[in-house]
Design a protein around this ligand. Structure first.
Ligand SMILES: NC(=O)c1ccc[n+]([C@@H]2O[C@H](COP(=O)([O-])OP(=O)(O)OC[C@H]3O[C@@H](n4cnc5c(N)ncnc54)[C@H](OP(=O)(O)O)[C@@H]3O)[C@@H](O)[C@H]2O)c1
Length: 268
């Protein structure tokens, strides 16, 4: 298989639906089947919804199966998929946090093609970043399929050392939540400082997005860009004194990231 034509999405919650939203516009993919017990039937061409795997046609053999359920659900659902697709050779791509390639070999079989992926929700607007990891024995053609699919929702990085996947999860998988929390805080603080909600939100969003563009395009370090905003004795310096007192913002970020990494490892 060089170009996949059919895709089975198992679990269409927040992350599964973000991926589907982009993939459904792909020209190459001719058919999507989606399994999700709480699905809402939608009328879209080439998209077929199921409450469980029992309503899939007997001869159905998807090229790619995306596992997008909660990590805790995988152990109970994988045996049914192993049995159902034993006669075909789908490429499984799992986006579940924590679950290792060894876990999938154990539950799906040693020779099944599996790619572990850690995307993030900006995939919904084509601005995600996904880190992929696979056994060294995975054929190059399968790697290409996984890479191409995830490139449709943003950037892609491959990781050779699977042990780093928990660290990846704690930065890019969970990271959008940290950024949204910061923006939320900025909006609330703007309102506490006297702005109405609309203006506070508009200023917070454009400040984050403009700063991001500057950070991406400037040759300067983050530290230098920060110093550039703060004149000695000025307003920014007053705020930074609060954020940076005893290095507390960086300390909190580090503690939060390590908590996410630990939880990701516990989910394996
Ligand atoms: N959210 C993120 O930002 C993010 C980022 C990277 C990776 N991930 C990974 O993506 C996976 C899904 O996360 P999520 O946030 O999208 O969770 P979610 O919103 O809860 O989505 C999971 C979906 O799977 C459905 N489901 C439950 N049992 C099922 C079954 N037996 N067969 C098929 N579908 C079933 C759930 O339905 P019910 O609600 O009815 O149970 C739900 O709609 C997780 O493994 C997570 O680690 C998430």
């Amino acid at each position: 298989m060089t170009t996949p034509h059919s895709l089975l999405l198992v679990g269409c919650g927040k992350m599964g639906s973000a991926l589907l939203e982009r993939w459904k516009h792909s020209q190459a993919m001719q058919r999507f089947d989606i399994i999700d017990p709480s699905h809402i039937q939608k009328n879209e061409p080439n998209i077929f919804w199921h409450k469980n795997s029992e309503t899939l046609a007997a001869n159905y053999a998807p090229d790619v199966i995306i596992l997008a359920v909660k990590p805790q659900q995988l152990e109970s659902i994988l045996p049914a998929y192993k049995l159902r697709f034993a006669g075909s050779t789908p490429l499984y791509i799992s986006i579940a946090a924590g679950k290792t390639l060894g876990f999938y070999s154990h539950h799906l079989g040693e020779h099944v093609h599996v790619v572990r992926a850690m995307p993030n929700t900006p995939a919904l607007v084509g601005q995600g970043i996904t880190v992929l990891c696979a056994a060294p024995t995975l054929p190059a053609s399968a790697k290409k399929i996984a890479g191409d699919l995830l490139k449709a929702v943003g950037s892609v990085e491959w990781l050779e050392d699977e042990l780093l996947m928990d660290a990846v999860t704690s930065i890019s998988g969970c990271g959008p939540a940290y950024v949204f929390l910061f923006i939320e805080g900025l909006i609330k603080a703007g309102m506490a400082a006297g702005l109405d909600e609309h203006l506070a939100k508009s200023l917070a969003l454009q400040t984050v997005s403009g700063s991001l563009e500057l950070a991406k395009h400037s040759p300067k370090s983050m530290e230098q860009l920060r110093i550039d905003v703060a004149s000695p004795g000025g307003a920014t310096e007053a705020a930074l004194g609060v954020f940076m007192q005893e290095n507390r913002l960086h300390q909190v970020i580090k503690e939060a990231v390590l908590a996410a990494k630990k939880r990701s490892k516990e989910l394996s």
